[in-house]
Design a protein around this ligand. Structure first.
Ligand code: PLP
Ligand code: COI
Length: 342
């Protein structure tokens, strides 16, 4: 199979339309069979549930080319489970068991020419999503839905790749106690658009959100969880019911413990502790692990000892081990790497 002739090394995190996507529709209480289609447009009634009351959720995962030329995805079963949790919380139907992973395999196979070559620094990003399609005007769930997956080749989420980021502690909240912070609802991201626009205008790369109940604890950014490295080389990640359970973060905790022999801790992390950490990283499918060099709290700078020049040494080891597993250079735990049969 010939790869497309794209400038892989210079891709950013943007939308590059490919020819094929997966679509399935839910009507009268059942999902249809699902197909790969070439139609990138969605035409809906003006009153569709997704337009009126934002009834939509999504996922994000990647396909990689390994050194020996295979195409693989990373833990798609966890995306399937998380999408189920999102759908259930938003009163949307769930796909039959295994259907999500089947759709992932079908759409990656259909777009194999767009899976960036090994070593190019790029990957194929998959965006599964579901939305209410029938007219809804009283506040209630839709009864017809569409689930789609499109793909787009992407480079690093943050411009500058592995250059440490500067964050600001946001005065806005991303999620409420007992709200939807733990699922991947489109509405959570709509909530964050004003805050991220302000942060960028003020020269910051991202926001650090605090818990909205007490504003004393670290939650996450708009699109990634936090990992901290203590001065005695322990890995700490915030525990909270209002953050998204990142698959990357959960995998990195296993990598830290099982592959690097580090002590790991998932616990509440207070804003006042930030000054004591040695390294900080943002972890997620898009972010992979992006190092943080500085956190600004209303004008007060908290500078991580790892600095603004490059990734800290432990973050780097985590990054190299995780991406090594994802790209087949390092043996993966059972079930983590799922090969696409072409
Ligand atoms: N937190 C938020 C708010 C996100 O949008 C994402 C991205 O999916 C993550 C964390 C990271 O999750 P994952 O590692 O599963 O991509
Ligand atoms: C992902 O990492 O897949 C996400 O959905 C986060 C988003 C900010 C791109």
């Amino acid at each position: 199979m010939e790869k497309k002739n794209l400038d892989w090394a210079n891709l950013g995190f943007g939308y590059v339309q490919t020819e094929k996507r997966y679509v399935t529709n839910y009507k009268n209480g059942a999902w249809d069979e699902g197909v790969i289609t070439e139609d990138a447009n969605v035409v809906l009634n003006e009153c569709a549930g997704v337009f009126q009351y934002a009834q939509t959720c999504f996922e994000g995962l990647k396909a990689y080319t390994t050194e020996d030329g295979r195409i693989v995805t990373f833990r798609p079963d966890l995306n399937e489970q998380r999408m189920k949790d999102s759908c259930t919380r938003l009163v949307m139907p769930t796909l039959p068991d295994g259907r999500f992973v089947e759709a992932v395999k079908a759409v990656v196979k259909a777009n194999a020419e767009y899976v960036p070559p090994f070593g190019s620094g790029a990957t194929l990003y998959l965006r599964p999503y579901m939305f209410g399609t029938n007219p809804v005007i009283g506040v209630k769930p839709a009864n017809e839905y569409q689930f789609r997956i499109f793909t787009t080749p992407v480079g690093p989420y943050f411009k500058g790749g592995a250059k440490p980021l500067t964050l600001c502690i946001s005065d806005y909240d991303r999620a409420a106690p007992h709200g939807t912070g733990h699922i991947k609802a489109g509405l959570n991201y709509a909530m964050s658009l004003h805050a991220i626009t302000e942060a960028h205008k003020n020269g910051f790369d991202e926001n650090m959100y605090l818990d909205s109940a007490t504003r004393t604890k670290v939650e996450e950014t708009g699109g990634a969880n936090f990992l901290f490295v203590t001065k005695d080389n322990k890995i700490v990640t915030p525990k909270s019911d209002t953050i998204l359970p990142s698959i990357t973060r959960r995998s990195l905790m296993v990598v830290a413990k099982e592959y690097l022999g580090l002590e790991v801790e998932e616990r509440e992390v207070y804003k006042d502790e930030l000054k004591d950490f040695a390294e900080c990283g943002l972890c997620g499918t898009a972010a992979v692990i992006s190092p943080v060099g500085k956190i600004v709290d209303h004008g007060k700078e908290i500078c991580l000892p790892s600095g603004m020049g490059e990734m800290g040494p432990t973050t780097k080891k985590l990054y190299e081990t995780l991406t090594g597993i994802q790209m087949g250079r390092i043996e993966a735990p059972e079930g983590w790497v799922v090969e696409i049969e072409l």
